[in-house]
Design a protein around this ligand. Structure first.
Ligand code: CA
Length: 191
């Protein structure tokens, strides 16, 4: 077959299309959002949960680590409520399979204003508490809160902490009766 200018142009166009297609395929394979463990994200769903105590009416405390609060939300089917009324401290502990670089956390209490169907915070938040990280074999306090009245609080660490365990230790709640958490979100990445 005689090579004409048209045939050569068609050939170039086909090669260019193949190159673009291969490039797109490779870029999708390298999508950092799906494979890069150093991307900062909510790492709470990747942790296991232990608690100081748990009300027998709350059989799904692990739900507080879920990425989203179910809608509609039914307190008891989800959420954590401790088992020692009027007694403190109470605590929840998150444990990751590997060291994490933790930047901030958000604690959502019962009836927070952002909860579907609510418009104002309920009196069920955590009043006095610390956030501690397990660093070099000991608990290190990275956040201290006293006198809080809000149901949802976000705490950005002054310096990200590298730890495998994080503990929220509660010494009083807004209603002084129970410690209650609907959801925890922790922003971080693999260390
Ligand atoms: Ca208690």
């Amino acid at each position: 077959m005689k090579l004409s200018a048209t045939n050569i142009l068609i050939g170039f166009a086909l090669v260019a299309l193949l190159a673009v297609g291969a490039g797109l395929w490779l870029s999708r394979r390298k999508d950092p959002l799906s494979t890069d463990t150093t991307v900062v994200r909510n790492i709470a769903p990747e942790a296991t949960l232990t608690t100081s105590s748990q009300s027998p009416y709350f059989t799904n405390a692990k739900s507080i680590l879920a990425a989203a609060i179910p809608t509609p939300f039914k307190w008891g089917d989800g959420g954590w409520n401790d088992a020692s009324e009027l007694a403190f401290p109470d605590w929840v502990e998150l444990n990751w399979p590997t060291l994490m670089r933790i930047q901030s956390l958000t604690i959502v209490g019962l009836d927070a204003a952002m909860q579907p169907g609510k418009g104002a915070d309920g009196p069920y938040g955590l009043k006095d508490f610390t956030v501690q990280a397990w660093v070099n074999g000991a608990w290190s306090t990275v956040v201290t809160v006293t006198g809080n009245t809000k149901d949802m609080t976000t705490h950005t660490l002054s310096t990200p902490v590298t730890a495998q365990k994080l503990r929220i230790s509660i010494t009083d709640s807004v209603d002084h009766a129970w410690s209650r958490i609907v959801q925890l979100q922790v922003q971080g990445s693999e260390a």
